[in-house]
Design a protein around this ligand. Structure first.
Ligand SMILES: [Zn+2]
Length: 148
């Protein structure tokens, strides 16, 4: 699976791509030239809505629609998502999540600990993720995006 770089205009798409397991960076206050430099260094595909920017780099994809759902559909059409990678990355920072025993969660998560023996953890964001109702809603949303 190739790696991706979102530009500033497609932040929401970037977050959803991470949820679906695509390695996708989001630029932190960088100029277009800095973004392209990183794409070349790390062999990343640039995702952009800016036609001029798109034309500056051969490995870029021009996203046709302003709607993030249609953008994801366009990308998934070229690079079909792998279901086993869903929820493997932190939506906030793109890092791979670690599976951990829920026993190590702080006391405020006691309800989660009772329901789930393992959860996923991002050590960079210090955030926990588990397969609760939110998770099912996201899965349904992904299905509707891919079929829609
Ligand atoms: Zn994170």
């Amino acid at each position: 699976m190739p790696r991706f770089m979102a530009d500033h205009m497609v932040g929401k798409t970037c977050k959803w791509m991470r949820i679906m397991g695509y390695d996708t960076l989001y630029p932190q206050c960088k100029t277009d030239t800095e973004i392209l430099k990183r794409c070349i260094e790390e062999d990343r595909i640039l995702l952009t809505r800016d036609y001029e920017f798109y034309r500056r780099y051969s490995k870029s994809i021009f996203l046709d629609s302003p709607d993030f759902k249609l953008q994801i559909k366009q990308i998934a059409g070229m690079f079909p998502p792998k279901r086993n990678l869903f929820f493997s990355r932190c939506p906030m920072c793109n890092s791979l999540l670690e599976g951990i025993n829920s026993d190590v969660m702080p006391p405020e998560f006691s309800a989660v600990k009772l329901r789930f023996s393992t959860v996923k953890y991002c050590k960079y964001c210090n955030k926990y993720y588990w397969n609760g109702t939110h998770y099912l809603k996201i899965l349904l949303e992904i299905d509707s995006i891919l079929k829609g």
